[in-house]
Design a binder for this molecule. Sequence first.
Ligand code: ADP
Ligand code: MG
Length: 398
Amino acid sequence: SPSGSAGEGAHRSDLQHAALSRFAEVYAHDPQGLWSAPGRVNLIGEHTDYNDGFVFPFAINYRTVVALRSRDDQLVRVASAFAPGEVVEASLTDLEPANLHGWSAYPLGVVWALGQFGAPLGELRGVDLFIDSDVPVGAGLSSSAAIECAVAAALTDVWHLDFDRQTLAKVGQLAENKAVGAPTGIMDQSASMLGRPDHGVFLDCRSLDAEVIELGFDAADLELLVMDTRVSHSHATGGYAARRASCEAGAKAMDVSSLRDLSVHDLPRAEEVLDDETFRRVRHILTENQRVLDTVRTLREHGPTAIGELLDASHVSMRDDFEISVPELDLAVEVSRRAGAIGSRMTGGGFGGAAIALVPRARLAEVASAVTAAFAEASFTAPVIFPVTAAGGATRER
Ligand code: ADP
Ligand code: MG
C-alpha cells in the first residue's frame, strides 16, 4: 500500500529490483530489460474524455514495472506479483479478445492490440514478461493504464515497432475496451504515456493534441493529497455505461455528433430541449470542459494557488448534476476543505474510489487527520491518504 514517506528514487529502484529477481525466479533466467509506466490522477476533467472533450490528468510517482526477455519461439508468457504462482501462456499467432480473461487480459490484450495497429505478430518472437506494481489497484489511479502502457512500451522497444506515444496510448485503450471489455476513454493511457515531472497533461480528446503544462505545486508549497475512500466502484460499470448513454442521448437531442460540439453558451438551449436529468448530465460535461480550460489558463496566469475554486466547482457538478459521487467522497471533500485544503474534488469515474485535495504543505497533516477522524465518526471504512507528485511517463528503466 502507498506510502508517501519513501523517496521516489529509492522506492522506484526497490520495485525494479523486486521485479528483476522475481522474473529470474519464475522463468529461471534473467530479463533483458525493464520498463515502467505510471498510474495517474486526474486533476480536472471528469467524464469529458468519451465526449471528445478536455481532460487534465498527471502521471504520478507510483508505477508498474515490466521485466522482459525475448524468446526463440512465438509464445508469450505473463506473470505478475499480483497472481503468485500463475504463469499465463498464449501464442502470438492466435490471440483473440474473447479468449482473454482476468488480469492477464491486460498484458495479452496489449499484444493483441499492437497487432491491430499493424505490428506483424506472425513474424515476431515471443516474450516472457513479469509485472510488478506499486500503483494501488481500484483506487482511481489507473493501475490498468499503468500495466497497459508499461507492456506497450516494453514490446515496442524489443520488437522495434515504429509507434509514437499517442499511438501507444490508443493501443492501451483498445486493449482495455476490447480485451478487458471496459468502455473507457483515452485519458488514462495518455497521461501514463506522456507525463512529465511537475507537469500535467492537457489533452484534447477529440484531436488527441496533448500539451504538458507546468503545475508548480512544489514551488508553491502545495501538496496534492489523494484520499482513497476504499469504497469499491461497485456500481461503476453500470453507472458509467448509463452516464455515457445519457451523454449520447443529450448530443443526439441537441443534434450534434458529440457534446464537444457544444459549449456553456449552449446551456439555455439545452435546458429547453432536454429532459431535466439529461440536461444536468449535459451541463456537467459542458461546464467541466470549461473548467479544464480555465484551470490551464489559471495555472499559466496565476499559478496553482488560484485553481482551488475550479476543483471545488468540479466536485459540486459531479455530485449534483452528474450524480456520480458517494457520501464517503463528499465527506472527504468537505472535511479536507474545512481543514485547510484550497480545493478538493472526487477524481476518477465515481461511485467510489478517491478524492483529491490541493493542500498547503503546512496543513497536510491536519487535513489528513481531520479526514481520517471524520470517517471514523461516520463509521466509514478508514480512508487511505497519501500525497502524490507529478512524474514522468512510460520509459525504459534499464
Ligand atoms: P484501476 O485502473 O482504477 O486501478 P481497474 O479495474 O481499471 O482499476 O484495473 C485494475 C485491474 O488491472 C486489476 O484488477 C488487474 O486485473 C489489472 N492489474 C493492474 N495492475 C496489475 C498488475 N501489476 N498485475 C496484474 N494485473 C494488474
Ligand atoms: Mg482502470
